[in-house]
Design a binder for this molecule. Structure first.
Ligand SMILES: C[S@@+](CC[C@H](N)C(=O)[O-])C[C@H]1O[C@@H](n2cnc3c(N)ncnc32)[C@H](O)[C@@H]1O
Length: 251
């Protein structure tokens, strides 16, 4: 236990300087919580991080140790990835960013649908990107580029993508406002954003509460970064596909 009464002044000053340095380093490495953006903290629920954005608690990030779950065979029926991708109505030369791509379950299927196009597969976990690259190599897919993102930045070049897809991922972005700002910047004018999220409106869908999102919530969060809602598709068994567009300022 440190007792100030017995510390000589020089040691006390050194001790205070070290504490101040540690505190300022911590403040630099973690982006501050900006309440003006709609964030506040609560006591975390079992699957949440305790950070609330526009009334929604953000879910914990799925760790790479659980990656096998993303490639489970039952997902073909549960999420119908091929039907979901067909529903995106992509040109064969489109540039698509799969944000929160995980092991590339969607990125590899998108790549096959874009013979003259490209997929930028963004994730914050290098381990996920390594698993993805292994699978891409195994399948001989060459038009997917893994991109290491940051929690608050997808690290994509401006005006470079036609569509940003987020499947079962957006609800766990710890900095959703900042991420969406980065995505909007990366979209070409008129480019689209599509979110696939489990339908929170249906209590019979047996998915953790924080892993579902309602249409009202998604629309409010996308409107906060200036995206315009285009349509919502409900042809998947348990998820809705919500389509948004970056306004084209030249029109
Ligand atoms: C539940 S997994 C879904 C993976 C993939 N979309 C799929 O459907 O198979 C969510 C992924 O989002 C990633 N993620 C979380 N926050 C992210 C962020 N800010 N930027 C990019 N990826 C993020 C996680 O690392 C994780 O791999």
């Amino acid at each position: 236990m440190v007792s100030f009464s017995v510390l000589p002044w020089s040691r006390l000053c050194r001790w205070l300087v070290v504490c101040a340095a540690i505190l300022s380093l911590a403040a630099c490495s973690v982006p501050a919580l900006d309440q003006s953006l709609g964030y506040h903290m609560v006591s975390p629920s079992p699957d949440g991080i305790g950070k609330v954005y526009m009334g929604r608690e953000i879910a914990q990030t799925m760790g790479h140790r659980g990656a096998a779950w993303l490639d489970r065979p039952s997902r073909m029926l549960q999420e119908r990835p091929i039907a979901a991708i067909q529903g995106l109505d992509l040109a064969p030369d489109a540039v698509v960013a799969d944000i929160g791509a995980g092991t590339g379950y969607f990125a590899s299927r998108l790549a096959r649908r874009l013979p003259e196009g490209r997929v930028l597969a963004v994730d914050i976990q290098p381990e996920m990107l390594a698993l993805m690259q292994q699978e891409l190599d195994r399948q001989g897919i060459t038009n997917v580029e893994p991109v290491l993102g940051q929690v608050d930045d997808p690290n994509l070049p401006p005006n470079s993508i036609d569509l940003a897809l987020m499947v079962d991922a957006y609800h766990e972005f710890a900095y959703p406002y900042e991420m969406m700002q980065g995505i909007v910047q990366a979209l070409k004018p008129g480019g689209r954003v599509v979110l696939a999220e489990y339908r929170a409106e249906n209590p019979l869908i047996m998915i953790k509460r924080l892993h579902k999102m309602s249409q009202t919530q998604v629309k409010a969060e996308m409107a906060a970064v200036g995206l315009e809602w285009l349509k919502t598709e409900n042809f998947l068994p348990q998820q809705h596909l919500l389509f948004f567009q970056k306004p084209d300022a030249t029109k």
